[in-house]
Design a protein around this ligand. Structure first.
Ligand code: ADP
Ligand code: UDP
Length: 235
C-alpha cells in the first residue's frame, strides 16, 4: 500500500490517498491540542500508541459486529482505513459525569449516571464545536432519520462493548467521542480513532486519570499514562 497525495492534515492525524480510491492511510502524529487548539504540545510517542490502541479497539468492535473504517495497521504510525464522508457531528457518550457536562450543570466530576448520556456536537473549529440537538443533523440535511437511528443503535452497542472491554482491564470508561462516516455506497462506519485522546479513562484501583486530561490540566505523567492504557489493552 503506497502513500499518495496528502488530502488532509488535522490536529492529530494526517490522511493520505492510496492507489485505491476507496482507501486512505491515516497517519498518527504526536501533536496534542486542547481547548480547540488554544493549548498545543507534543506527547512523545502518542501517535504510535494511539495507532496501536485504535487497531486493538476497532478490531474488537469489528469482531463483535460493529462496522468500522479500520482495515489494517501497516506501520508504527499508519493504518489503512476506508475512505468515508464524515458526518460533521461529534457523538459523545457519557457513563460518568466529567468535563464539559460537569461544568455546564455544576456537577461533581465522578458522579454516577443512572443511564449513559448521548450528546451531539457540530464539528466546527471556528465555532468551537457547539452542542446541537439530536434532530439538528437531520434538519440540516447531514443525515437521514434512518441514518440517525442506525448511528444511535451502533453507539449504544459500542458503549456496551467498550465499557465491558475497559472494565475487564481495570479501566473505567468515563466518556468519549465517536465519529461516523459513509462510503461511496452509503454504508455507515465508525471512523477516526479510539484512544486516550478522545476518551476519559480512569484507573479503577486508584482513580488516576489515564487520558488527555493529564495534558489539558497539566497533571504530568502524560506519556506514562498513555503507555499504561496501551499495556493494559494491547496485551
Ligand atoms: P481534526 O480534523 O479535528 O484536527 P484529526 O487531526 O484527528 O482531527 O484529523 C483526522 C480527520 O480525519 C478528522 O477530521 C476526521 O473526521 C477525518 N477522518 C477520520 N476517519 C476518516 C475516514 N475514514 N475517511 C475520511 N476522513 C476521516
Ligand atoms: N472529546 C473529543 N474531542 C472533542 C470534544 C470532546 O475527543 O472535540 C472527547 C473528550 O476527550 C471527552 C469526551 O469527548 O472524553 C467529552 O468531552 P467534553 O464534552 O467533556 O469536553 P472537554 O471538557 O473534554 O473539552
Amino acid at each position: 500500500m503506497n502513500k499518495g497525495k496528502k488530502i488532509y492534515e488535522g490536529k492529530a492525524k494526517i490522511l493520505y490517498e492510496t492507489q485505491d480510491p476507496n482507501v486512505l492511510i491515516q497517519y498518527f502524529k504526536d501533536d496534542a491540542t486542547a481547548f480547540n487548539a488554544k493549548k498545543k504540545g507534543t506527547i512523545q510517542n502518542k501517535g504510535i500508541l494511539n495507532n496501536k490502541m485504535s487497531e486493538v479497539l476497532f478490531g474488537y468492535l469489528e469482531k463483535n459486529g460493529v462496522p468500522t473504517h479500520f482495515k489494517e495497521r501497516i506501520s508504527e504510525r499508519e493504518m489503512v482505513v476506508r475512505k468515508l464522508k464524515i458526518f460533521p457531528v461529534e457523538v459523545v457518550i457519557r457513563n460518568v459525569v466529567a468535563g464539559s457536562l460537569a461544568k455546564r450543570l455544576g456537577l461533581e466530576e465522578g458522579m454516577k449516571l443512572q443511564k449513559p448520556i448521548l450528546e451531539f456536537f457540530y464539528k466546527s473549529d471556528p465555532l468551537d464545536d457547539p452542542m446541537i440537538s439530536e434532530t439538528a443533523p437531520i434538519a440540516f440535511g447531514w443525515m437521514t432519520d434512518s441514518e440517525m437511528e442506525t448511528l444511535k443503535k451502533l453507539t449504544w452497542k459500542i458503549n456496551d462493548l467498550l465499557v465491558t472491554f475497559f472494565h475487564q482491564r481495570g479501566i473505567q470508561l468515563v466518556d468519549y467521542k465517536l465519529e461516523y462516516g459513509k462510503d461511496a455506497s452509503g454504508n455507515m462506519y465508525l471512523a477516526d480513532e479510539i484512544s486516550p485522546d478522545g476518551c476519559r479513562l480512569w484507573e479503577i484501583a486508584t482513580g488516576e486519570k489515564l487520558d488527555k486530561d493529564r495534558f489539558r490540566r497539566d497533571l504530568g505523567k502524560i506519556e506514562e499514562s498513555y503507555q499504561k492504557v496501551c499495556d493494559l489493552i494491547c496485551s
